[in-house]
Design a protein around this ligand. Structure first.
Ligand SMILES: Cc1cc2nc3c(=O)[nH]c(=O)nc-3n(C[C@H](O)[C@H](O)[C@H](O)COP(=O)(O)OP(=O)(O)OC[C@H]3O[C@@H](n4cnc5c(N)ncnc54)[C@H](O)[C@@H]3O)c2cc1C
Length: 405
């Protein structure tokens, strides 16, 4: 039996951040990370397309929480304790400088997730954290006020236990055994599969600012839209996939979306099109894009409005004009399935939020059991918010454990 003061199960983002902070604040403690894999920090490595989108330049807790479809209410208090600015400072104090991109996402200036991994491995070593790999946790039980943890190789004992195993069905089962309820896990942050002639030939086209609604629901979003080989992606879609994770799963990812490419009312657009018809009667509609739309997208919408490549503004009839106004403002697409967004994806679901004390991230059901990161039912839209949840929870766990020392 190997004995520790604190055992952290899971060598990922939350696990490392917590273990380092606990060991730094309590040099007298023996701290270990138990990781099931051969390597640690696997997701950090591939995160943000290999660049690791560490956090987001949103510095107001009340604003930051709005990016969390699950966890909005619960994270407000924790963000007052450890926020995005604290994350920046934490990394900078340890030699990792972060930069802010135009859309607010923050990355290491090296543009390499390895910088974050190197920092964590260095800090863990410096503070004598035992990082034990190939230690898949199989059972967790309480014996004489201490936690006993069995892995495929060893048995461990610890006074304090942090479970930071991300989206792991096996660990959720173990936590159910300890009395916790698990909200049904479903994917979040995915792109929409759409087969549609309007999109078929234009992958790579981006409309900078659109509105998207999921028909028959309240789901609505705004932002950039990207046409892909499979359908639609980019923030306007990813936000819907996060906020609609449960609803869209219920529909088995079969639903319709309505896109307003120009963010104006149909009637207003129709009036503007009528004016173009008067002013530019001799020009061909196909070759004369309006409303700053990408040319290839405009052309697809024109063809979808019963016009040909040769139709001239002066010759098009009322139905065609109305059709075009409709395509621009209320274009309906049938979604059939989803695809993985390779830069970032997460699971909605996990340990029920009612069972966690968000002042400490300690379980309300099991004393000295802490939970942080994706194992709990918190997830966010894309942009660095998911890691911020991991850093915040992990840091607060370290403070709570230190206060017991
Ligand atoms: C491709 C991809 C890219 C992403 N990019 C970003 C990004 O740029 N920015 C962002 O904010 N978020 C990003 N995310 C989301 C982010 O990676 C997660 O939200 C975050 O890693 C969660 O941290 P965690 O510590 O809870 O879990 P994880 O980082 O998943 O770590 C959990 C660890 O626990 C281990 N484990 C599981 N079961 C056991 C067991 N039984 N015994 C021992 N160990 C176990 C796992 O092997 C793993 O190492 C991305 C996700 C993916 C998949």
């Amino acid at each position: 039996m190997k004995e520790y003061n604190v055992i952290v199960v899971g060598g990922g983002a939350a696990g490392f951040f917590a273990a380092i902070n606990i060991a730094e604040q309590n040099p007298q403690y023996k701290v270990a990370i138990l990781e099931r894999g051969k390597e640690v920090l696997g997701k950090v490595k591939v995160s943000g397309g290999g660049r690791c989108n560490v956090t987001h330049a949103e510095f107001v807790p009340q604003e930051l929480v709005k990016y969390y479809p699950r966890g909005e209410k619960e994270l407000l208090g924790p963000f007052h304790q450890f926020m995005t600015g604290d994350t920046m400072a934490w990394f900078e104090e340890r030699g990792v400088e972060l930069k802010i991109e135009e859309d607010g996402r923050m990355f290491p200036v090296s543009d390499s997730s390895q910088t974050i991994i190197d920092c964590f491995l260095f800090e863990a070593k410096k503070h004598n954290v035992d990082v034990l790999t190939n230690q898949g946790v199989k059972t967790i039980s309480k014996r004489d006020e201490a936690w006993e943890i069995e892995t495929n190789h060893d048995t461990f004992k610890a006074e304090q236990l942090l479970v930071a195993t991300g989206s792991s069905p096996k660990i959720w089962k173990l936590l159910e055994g300890l009395g916790h309820s698990i909200s049904q896990p479903v994917p979040s942050l995915f792109t929409f599969n759409i087969k549609d002639n309007r999109l078929k030939d234009i992958p790579g086209v981006v409309a900078q600012n659109v509105e998207v609604k999921v028909l028959g629901t309240d789901l609505y979003s705004e932002g950039p839209l990207l046409v892909t080989h499979w359908g639609l992606s980019a923030p306007a879609i990813l936000k819907l996939s996060a906020f609609g994770a449960l609803e869209l799963a219920k529909r088995d990812y079969k639903f319709e979306v309505e896109v307003n490419f120009v963010k104006q009312a149909t009637a207003a657009i129709l009036e503007q099109l009528k004016q173009v018809k008067l002013d530019s009667a001799k020009k061909t509609v196909f070759k004369f894009p309006q409303f700053d739309l990408p040319k290839r997208l405009w052309q697809q919408l024109v063809l979808a409005s019963e016009m040909t490549e040769d139709s001239r503004w002066g010759d098009i009839n009322k139905n065609q004009l109305e059709g075009l106004a409709g395509q621009l403002t209320q274009a309906v697409f049938k979604v059939d399935g989803k695809s993985t967004f390779k830069e970032e994806f997460v699971t909605a679901g996990g340990v029920d939020l009612k069972e966690i004390n968000f002042k400490t991230f300690e379980s309300k059901l099991n004393k000295n059991l802490y939970l942080a990161g994706e194992v709990i039912n918190i997830d966010a839209v894309t942009g660095g918010f998911n890691f911020q949840n991991a850093w915040t929870g992990a840091y607060i766990v370290s403070k709570a454990i230190s206060s017991k020392a």
